[in-house]
Design a protein around this ligand. Structure first.
Ligand code: KG4
Ligand code: ZN
Length: 430
């Protein structure tokens, strides 16, 4: 089966062509034909976060040109076929009418696209329908529908967080001619999802890792306020670091860790007395809360530092002038606090569910320190940890294509029912 994956839920526009097949020994193997990601992070950087209407505009500008790149890439060109004008004209008229009514921003580029002349021989289009920023999600969904109408291809709607789960089943994320096996997961796993919009612990159950057997999810707990990535981004902003702040905060925390570790014993040598709270660490549930921690950082900065007079006007109120070594200490202590909470809750959830593997997904798992700590936790339980590669830990269409490939046939939607496909900014696991 060949799938086109499309992702536009936040600030990455991404397309992927993935092929999957069942192997003789009951596994699923895959190969990536092409995988494109266009990040808008730099554009949003001056706002200190993602600005939804700007995200929508960028997706609309980029998505059709990215489809052109995809169609003309050599691996994909091999699986295209010409469409005769007769065959195509009715579909094209319908697709154009659909865009005129629903997404005029895509109209002109779509009308000129070679997609009207050459079709990629795909079996399904997998599209993220939520959770995420609704204006951004709609661009991808309307694009998917127009393409589905044009090529007469069914669509499979995908939950973005499910994408982050299955992204961890991939070992090799490079386009290649060869097939690789998907990582196998046991019947019961625990998934920890940590991204810019979500922090969730989910029990994942499957009987068999085959394409007609889908996973079921039970949400055990989630954040009551800020998501983990959001907390990183907000702390970064207070320290005058650009968006997305996670990698920056984590790099400074590492610098502190490295300069305050006894290299011969590996023990921490820091003697500071800065201590941020570990919110909800002792609560007997699987929920998280990071807003209080962020506020503690803010109060500490307010009590100790001056506001940065050079910060952009709209953020000046909460951006502080902080010496480099103090920044490192704050980032370190912040990261220690969130790590303690994440490890404690994940440990409790593994114990309670009897999970036989730990799956971690979401943009924050690009973080080396958390990767190491979570790997050590899984090791303590003698269970495997499934982590996405660094390239697929952030938002991408590979994970969406794979989630689409693993969906049973009855979850696909044919052209006549496309109007049933809607986006939902707060889509939950069903
Ligand atoms: O999954 P993702 O790409 O987008 C959403 O679905 O939200 O996650 C983005 C989040 C941002 O908050 C970003 O700061 C955070 O992931 N992030 C990190 C690191 N790399 C990205 N947080 C901590 N450490 C990192 N190395
Ligand atoms: Zn994400």
């Amino acid at each position: 089966m060949i799938i086109l994956g499309i992702e536009t839920s936040c600030d990455e526009t991404a397309l992927c062509i993935l092929e999957v097949k069942d192997t003789a020994d009951g596994r699923i193997s895959y190969r990536i034909l092409e995988h494109l990601i266009s990040s808008q992070a730099q554009i949003h950087s001056e706002y200190g976060g993602v600005f939804p209407m700007l995200a929508k505009r960028e997706h609309a500008k980029n998505i059709v040109p990215m489809l052109e790149t995809l169609i003309s890439s050599s691996a994909v060109a091999n699986i295209t076929e010409n469409i005769s004008q007769d065959q195509n004209s009715q579909n094209k008229v319908e697709a154009i009418q659909y865009l005129e009514k629903n997404e005029p921003s895509l109209l002109e580029a779509f009308d000129r696209s070679t997609a009207g002349l050459r079709k990629i021989k795909i079996d399904r289009i997998a599209i993220t329908v939520g959770p995420g920023l609704e204006p951004a999600l709609w661009v991808g969904v309307n694009f998917a529908k127009a393409l589905g109408i044009l090529w007469n291809t069914p669509i499979v709607p995908i939950n973005h967080m499910e994408g982050h789960i299955v992204g961890s089943f991939i070992e090799n994320d490079e386009p290649s001619a060869e097939f690789y096996n998907l990582k196998k997961i046991p019947e019961t796993s625990l998934a920890l999802l940590i991204s810019g919009g979500h922090t969730e612990l989910v029990k994942v159950t499957t009987n068999n890792h085959t394409s007609d057997q889908h996973y079921s999810h039970t949400l055990l707990g989630s954040t009551r306020d800020d998501a983990l990535g959001e907390a990183y981004d907000k702390v970064a902003r207070m320290l005058g670091l650009p968006y997305p702040g996670g990698p920056q905060v984590s790099a400074l925390a590492n610098k502190y860790r490295e300069s305050h570790t006894d290299t011969s014993t590996g023990d921490a040598t820091d003697t500071h007395n800065l201590k941020f709270p570990r919110p909800m660490i002792d609560s007997k549930d699987y929920d998280f809360s990071f807003a209080g921690l962020k506020t503690s950082v803010l109060y500490y900065l307010r009590s100790q530092m001056k506001r940065d007079p050079y910060a952009p006007q709209k953020m000046r109120h909460d951006v502080f002038e902080v010496a480099e070594d103090t920044k490192e200490l704050i980032c370190y202590e912040f990261e220690e606090a969130i790590t303690d909470v994440i490890i404690t809750k994940t440990k409790a959830a593994i114990t309670a569910t009897g999970a036989k593997s730990l799956i971690v997904g979401g943009g924050v798992i690009a973080n080396n320190y958390l990767r190491k700590k979570l790997a050590a936790l899984a090791d303590d339980f003698s269970i495997p940890i499934l982590l996405p590669s660094k390239t697929v830990s952030g938002d991408n269409a590979l994970m969406i294509a794979l989630a689409g490939a693993l969906m049973p046939e009855n979850k696909t939607v044919n052209k006549i029912n496309f109007d049933q496909i809607k986006v939902s900014g707060h889509l939950a696991f069903v």
